[in-house]
Design a protein around this ligand. Structure first.
Ligand code: FMN
Length: 358
């Protein structure tokens, strides 16, 4: 299934080594100004090949808008966007054609579908996330109209944790670090693993400012459930924490509750969500990425005949997928919020009357 969202929804298509990737975003209200430079800038934040902390695969990731926008304004029709692949090296994958790379989706795709595009993982490759960032940029342009801001950064790499979260320093950092004090140690951890032909994992923090009260549709489309769904759909994500997350299970109720005053909540352990509905406070979500599965150390695996073989990989890979993954997580958050903002409009009859009253 390749579609996400309810009222503001998008579908993606394309494979790592196919001709192109893209998305169709549906349910976007008419009248939103489409800033193409902003969309491209979002793509550039995620794109590979920028520095030694990312894969060397060089993609321009230029987005072409094919429909849904007229004279720079959304028309209310489906917006389709395409990104052509430019820098595939499919030969790097010939030696893994018939075997299952550990940590990858090869084993499960082959057993489920009976066939797979082995070139760079095909559809299971995170190359697809370029299309999500394009869709997410449209969502962000809608959220901008509502003055809702989504941002992200890296809070931990290989267990080296940030103690300060400074979103203003993220754009200057090659690894989108939130804490300048630990940035060098985080970079060193990535390069140390890379030099040993290994990889590291990391954690991204996604923060939402100025979210209105009321986003989220209990019971089964609770805001936290939608966010978890969105984040867990990103490649290599193994855990999602809303607010204090797992810590909430370790502290007493008094310390976990956010007490309320006239001017708002005194603390924000809940991550801005109560009962599956945004409470007007910042929404904070931590997204945990595993270590990149493609490593250049000999590993044990089986081939498609279930014969035991050695696996030796070639190709270009991110030594820490959390870094570029943080931009994808930010995009998925924007897509969830745009969807929930549109759904929330019909929560009260007063709202419906505002549209239909004569
Ligand atoms: N995995 C790799 O082996 N090499 C990569 O270069 C790579 N780049 C990624 C870039 C991003 C932005 C993200 C989010 C993930 C990347 N991954 C990479 C992770 C794999 O796509 C993913 O681990 C694999 O498809 C198996 O899926 P799973 O980890 O969700 O089970």
């Amino acid at each position: 299934m390749n579609t996400f969202g309810h009222r503001f929804r998008f579908s993606t298509f394309g494979e790592s080594h196919g001709k192109a990737l893209g998305c169709i975003v549906d349910g976007v209200p008419a009248g939103i100004k489409i800033d193409e430079e902003f969309i491209q800038n979002e793509m550039d934040r995620r794109k590979p090949g920028k520095n030694k902390y990312a894969t060397a695969r060089k993609e321009g990731d230029k987005v072409e808008i094919l429909s849904g926008v007229f004279e720079g304004i959304t028309t209310g029709t489906s917006i389709s966007m395409v990104i052509f692949n430019e820098n595939q090296k499919s030969k790097d994958y010939t030696n893994v054609k018939d075997l299952f790379r550990p940590g990858h989706a090869d084993f499960t795709y082959f057993n489920k579908y009976g066939t797979r595009d082995y070139r760079g993982g095909g559809r299971s490759s995170a190359r697809e996330t370029a299309a999500r960032v394009a869709a997410g940029a449209i969502a962000k342009l809608m959220l901008k109209e509502l003055e809702i801001e989504v941002q992200s950064g890296i809070c931990a790499i290989d267990g080296v944790e940030a103690s300060e979260y400074d979103f203003s320093s993220v754009s200057d950092s090659e690894i989108f670090a939130l804490d300048k004090n630990v940035e060098q140690a985080q970079k060193d951890a990535i390069l140390a693993a890379k030099n040993k032909h290994n990889s590291v994992g990391g954690v991204a923090l996604v923060n939402v400012k100025n979210a209105p009260i009321g986003l989220g549709e209990p019971l089964y489309f609770k805001l936290d459930s939608q966010i978890a769904n969105a984040m867990m759909s990103i490649n290599a994500v193994k855990a999602v924490e809303i607010g204090d997350g797992t810590l909430s299970s370790k502290v007493k109720g008094y310390d976990n509750n956010d007490q309320i005053r006239k001017d708002g909540f005194k603390t924000n352990h809940s991550g801005g969500i109560l009962g599956g509905i945004s409470n007007g406070d910042d929404i904070n979500v931590k997204v945990y990425f595993k270590s990149t599965p493609s490593i250049f150390i000999k590993q044990e695996t089986v081939d498609i005949h279930n014969d035991e073989v050695d696996c030796e990989l070639k190709g270009r890979h991110d030594p820490c997928v959390a870094v570029r993954g943080s931009v994808v997580a930010e995009s998925m958050m924007a897509l969830v919020l745009a969807d929930m903002a549109l759904l929330n409009m019909s929560s009260k009859i007063e709202n419906v009357k505002k549209v239909y009253s004569k």
